[in-house]
Design a protein. Structure first.
Length: 152
């Protein structure tokens, strides 16, 4: 198994659109507010082309198997850091999970963020998504704040 982590390209779009739907399918059970039918979370074209975003993909034997992005964002003015990198679109094709590929993607994104002089990484995960939380905690993330909602 020859895994390569690289920056996403326009010729990856078809696979990335499928990955996006994989993320949405995985998250639907955790979020009753999502619309029914086909929805999109990401502007994948922007994720590939914007200079403040690094969209990384993993290939195994030249087949796209995982993705993730880091997007540099301004921090709130009352925080100690001026900017942070927000991680999103973390997806691995089911048959390639458990092989450390997501960790390699996160390493790539963390290194990219550090090269941009970013010192803080952030991400969001649904509270009931225990496997994802465990994976992020294993990587070094810690729980920070819980967002709450109330439908009326």
């Amino acid at each position: 198994m020859n895994t390569i982590i690289r920056q996403a390209r326009m010729d990856d779009l078809e696979a990335l659109y499928a990955f996006e739907q994989g993320v949405i399918a995985a998250e639907r059970p955790f979020d009753p507010t999502l619309k029914e039918g086909l929805i999109h979370y990401y502007d994948i074209h922007e994720l590939i082309t914007a200079p403040h975003i690094e969209l990384a993909v993993a290939t195994v034997d030249n087949i796209l198997v995982a993705s993730g992005y880091a997007r540099i964002e301004d921090a709130k003015p009352y925080l100690q850091h001026a900017k942070h990198a927000y991680f999103g679109f973390m997806y691995t094709v089911p048959e390639f999970r458990g092989r450390g590929i997501n960790r390699q993607i996160m390493d790539h994104l963390k290194n990219w963020a550090a090269a941009q002089q970013v010192t803080e990484l952030r991400l969001e995960v649904y509270v009931p998504n225990h496997p994802a939380i465990a994976a992020y905690e294993k990587y070094g993330f810690s729980k920070h704040m819980l967002e709450m909602r109330l439908g009326i």
